[in-house]
Write a protein that binds this ligand. Structure first.
Ligand SMILES: [Zn+2]
Length: 479
């Protein structure tokens, strides 16, 4: 669960907001030096081409924007406890120094989590009722996450009455929106701290736009569109997930290949995972399941996946709830791959329109902190990522020829796939075996009676000769 950072709202260690000195040089009364502690909140906002990230310091239910340089950003983890010195302007802090004072606590990704939908507006409410809000999360999103987690995670929900808040500077002024919403909830007698998550739904009469979410956190912001994709995607960020990417790669000659060291990544490029982009024409109320590496990052594949290096396996469809083998993890030099088999049932029913996804084995690359990439196992085909699965009868070999992956057959029981050892790896293994044997024989040589030494020496020479041939072969094959 490397990528998941901790979610525990800090209760102690928050308080100091001391005015140490007035900023020299005629700073206004609104600017003051502060030395404060709290936890780091990292919020991601959706854009069609990428995403925006904002950093905050959380104190209780309040968020203070953090103005950080790139190095400071890189040094911080979501929910890490920090001490910050800087200049406070309004509700944000221009950070001079940031220091970690405590590790991040674990994000809860199992059990039943409660969500408070806070309906807010500044000018005008819309028609989303309390019941609409509760049903979205506690019925539809709950079903989505129960199916994805194999019943390890469920959601309950409550909704506030419409809360009127001060108009923020923009719909993306999410710190101010949160702080105003929290204050309005408190004034209405609602204790938000008893919930695991706050989903701030902004009236469509005031804002229609993107979603935002704390990564490995508690708050989501939904700008005027309450549907399953928008809410369950943002809740996915709260669980610690980042986006479902895709990767387009080429070989040394510039020809498309499924995976190489020369790739272009697309932030939301895996459209077959709710953490990716919903393709045009897709119903935002029918989002697709999380892919295997995302489920693995949340610990939901335990007992349903295997780390393999070779052999033949049958993968049950991801959507089957019964406990069986759902995914294979395959480590090759420099890359970790996940193999799975998707079928158009349950939440994945819309996959019926994508035979190029369901008629083979889907392959993702995964990286612990930066997420997952869908790989196109039919590189160069006209279908792009819509036929990303490795079709029956096709064998894929990685660029270093370490492994081969072949989809043998598809049937009601699942997809049968064979992982083989690639030719370069076979040569490498054989050379190593020979070296091991040579080392043993050299040991024998020292202890052997003189009459046996010539025979041992001749065995060593034969193995050395074989290795020389194998090395030559490897060079010819450009291993
Ligand atoms: Zn997102």
């Amino acid at each position: 669960m490397g990528r998941l950072k901790k979610l525990h709202v800090l209760v102690g260690a928050l308080a100091v907001s001391a005015v140490l000195s007035v900023v020299p040089g005629g700073a206004s009364a609104a600017e003051r030096r502060v030395d404060v502690q709290g936890s780091v909140s990292v919020a991601v906002g959706e854009t069609p081409t990428g995403h925006i990230v904002k950093y905050f310091l959380r104190q209780g239910t309040r968020l203070y924007g953090l103005d950080l340089n790139a190095a400071q950003r890189r040094s911080l983890e979501p929910n890490e406890q920090v001490s910050i010195a800087g200049v406070k302007r309004g509700s944000s802090i221009d950070v001079d120094h940031v220091q970690s004072v405590g590790p991040a606590a674990a994000v809860a990704v199992t059990g039943t989590q409660s969500v408070l939908v806070m309906r807010v507006y500044w000018n005008q409410r819309d028609t989303v009722s309390k019941q609409d809000a509760v049903n979205q999360v506690a019925v539809t999103d709950d079903e989505f996450y129960r199916e994805n987690s194999y019943n390890r995670l469920g959601l309950t929900a409550s909704a506030t009455p419409w809360l009127q808040i001060a108009q923020p500077t923009s719909c993306d002024d999410i710190g101010a929106i949160n702080n105003s919403a929290q204050a309005a909830a408190t004034a209405a007698g609602i204790d938000t701290s008893v919930f695991n998550h706050d989903m701030i739904y902004i009236s469509s009469a005031d804002c229609i736009g993107r979603g935002w979410a704390e990564i490995g956190g508690r708050i989501t912001w939904i700008q005027g569109t309450l549907n399953t994709y928008r809410t369950a995607h943002e809740l996915g960020h709260n669980l610690g997930l980042v986006h479902a990417h895709s990767k387009s790669c080429t070989d040394a000659a510039g020809s498309p290949v499924a995976l190489s060291e020369s790739c272009v990544s697309s932030e939301y490029g895996d459209s077959f995972d709710i953490m990716g982009y919903v393709p045009p024409g897709f119903d935002e109320n029918s989002p697709l399941q999380l892919s295997a590496p995302q489920k693995d990052a949340l610990g939901w594949l335990s007992g349903r996946s295997l780390a393999v290096s070779d052999g033949t396996y049958t993968l049950a469809p991801t959507e089957d709830q019964a406990a069986s083998l759902h995914a294979l993890k395959l480590d090759i030099p420099g890359h970790t791959l996940w193999l799975e088999y998707r079928q158009p049932s349950g939440m994945d029913a819309p996959l019926a329109s994508f035979p190029g996804i369901t008629a083979g084995v889907l392959v993702h690359e995964a990286e612990p902190t930066t997420g997952s990439w869908l790989l196109d196992m039919t590189p160069g085909s006209l279908g792009g990522f819509n036929d990303a699965a490795l079709p029956v009868g096709n064998t894929w070999t990685d660029i270093a020829r370490t492994v081969t992956v072949r989809t043998d057959s598809l049937g009601p029981g699942g997809a049968t796939v064979t992982i083989g050892i690639g030719v370069c790896q076979q040569i490498k293994n054989q050379i190593q075996d020979n070296l091991d044997q040579i080392s043993i024989l050299q040991g024998d040589l020292g202890e052997a009676p003189p009459s046996l030494k010539p025979a041992i020496l001749s065995k060593i020479r034969a193995l050395e000769a074989q290795n020389a041939k194998l090395s030559q072969q490897a060079t010819q094959l450009r291993c």
